[in-house]
Design a protein around this ligand. Structure first.
Ligand SMILES: [Zn+2]
Length: 410
């Protein structure tokens, strides 16, 4: 009897994967070559990558993927770097890490090493995730493991702040890629003690108020956009918000006017609302509209002239969560048991929101080692224990993709 498919029958059990020669090669690599990965991590962190200005760092990642022998390495229309490692099956498991940082252009990003710790803005978020992507790709190449599903590596743009996940959105706006992506592992930061299985929803708005403006003395009595906006901020800050589902509101930026003796002709603010439930976001969006209308109407009644306002959405991250019986959840539980890792399942706002909201099994976790003070100038990363984080993601990837019987002979 011919058995044409037996060689390509993918196995996905943790025991079979970790018993194979490919896994032993991968582990040898991860246990001995991390000095190399530390250098890659430092190099990529020292390439500035503010949101919307990621192209230099993207080029570095593309070169690393090429050097490792990944295939079809390319930069897409959004600026994401994509690279493939073909398996027996054309469907994909996607491994992704975001390229961008919250730090504006011009922020010093030289990495200082203090007692074995690396210190620099973006070193952990998301230097650690990008380094993990490179480390996992390198270990896989070294292992010569052949996978069932193909692997797609993505270094994405626009994850932070007003990027509004534009890189991940672009990937999943392509129907075909959406159809053939069977699972997604997002690597963000260092910590393996936290794994996001639900995407925190958020909406962001820029609110603008405009009026005639004037002289503070001779035109006194005219409507004032700053006064109306301040009134709205006060009301917004007093909005009762539920703790379950956890829901938050923050006015993060406010600006208006041109001089102390001028009635401003405009003022604006940016605010962010977040919730684990989509319906709360919807309700809060309505409240913002109501409060703004009332604050502007009140100012128009008090003063001369007329204010106009506009609420412009500048971000919308969908809330979504993994079903309790998701296969990826069972896999990460098994992997964590194998490595004696204790991870807390949580809700967060990452690139993972997009595939999750499309019903694609997704988790977001750290790349290993430890880090802290993310989004501050004191951000740090300690590579000690990094190999555990990498092995954890690698074995989860192999379980999701399956390995073929011919592994180790590829
Ligand atoms: Zn991040």
């Amino acid at each position: 009897m011919p058995q044409p498919s037996s060689e390509l029958q993918a196995v996905a059990s943790l025991q079979q994967i970790t018993a194979g020669p490919g896994w032993i090669n991968a582990v040898r690599f991860l246990d001995t070559r991390l000095d190399w990965l530390d250098r890659v991590h430092v190099s990529l962190t020292e390439i500035p990558a503010p949101t919307f200005l990621e192209s230099a760092r993207a080029e570095y990642m593309a070169q690393k993927f090429r050097d490792l022998g990944l295939q079809r390495v390319r930069v897409d229309a959004a600026g994401n770097v994509l690279a493939e490692r073909p398996g027996a099956d054309a469907n994909f498991v996607l491994l992704a890490a975001h390229l961008d940082t919250v730090f504006p252009a011009g922020t010093p990003v030289k990495v200082q090493t203090v007692n074995g710790r690396f210190c620099a803005p973006g070193i952990s978020d998301n230097g650690a995730g990008l380094a993990a992507l490179v480390g996992i790709a390198a270990a896989l190449q070294e292992s010569k493991v052949a996978t069932g599903l193909s692997l797609l590596f993505a270094a994405t743009v626009g994850e932070e702040g007003e990027g509004d996940l534009c890189g991940m959105r672009r990937i999943f706006s392509q129907k075909e890629l959406c159809r053939i992506t069977k699972a997604v592992l997002v690597i963000d930061g260092a910590s393996i003690q936290r794994t996001a299985t639900a995407g925190l929803g958020s909406r962001r708005f820029r609110v603008e108020v405009r009026g005639p403006g004037g002289h503070s003395w001779s035109d006194f009595g005219r409507v004032n956009p700053v006064h109306a906006l301040a009134d709205a901020v006060t009301q917004l800050s007093r909005l009762p918000l539920p703790s379950r589902p956890r829901t938050t509101m923050n006015v993060g930026l406010i600006h208006g006017g041109s001089a102390v003796n001028v009635i401003p002709d405009s003022a604006w603010m940016k605010l962010d609302v977040r919730s684990t439930e989509a319906c709360e976001l919807q309700r809060l969006t309505g409240s913002i509209e109501t409060i703004m209308r009332a604050a502007v109407e009140a100012e128009n009644q008090r003063g001369d002239g007329k204010l106009e306002y506009r609420i412009v959405p500048i971000g919308d991250r969908p809330a979504a969560q993994l079903p309790a019986d998701a296969r990826i959840l069972q896999i990460i539980r098994d992997v964590d048991q194998y490595f004696s890792v204790e991870t807390r399942f949580e809700t967060s706002s990452t690139d993972g929101n997009i595939p999750l909201s499309l019903g694609i099994e997704t988790i977001t976790t750290g790349g290993g080692g430890t880090g802290g003070d993310a989004h501050t100038a004191n951000e740090w990363y300690d590579p000690q224990g990094r190999e555990l984080g990498l092995k954890r993601i690698l074995v989860a990837t192999l379980m999701l993709a399956g390995i073929t019987r011919s592994s180790g002979e590829r």
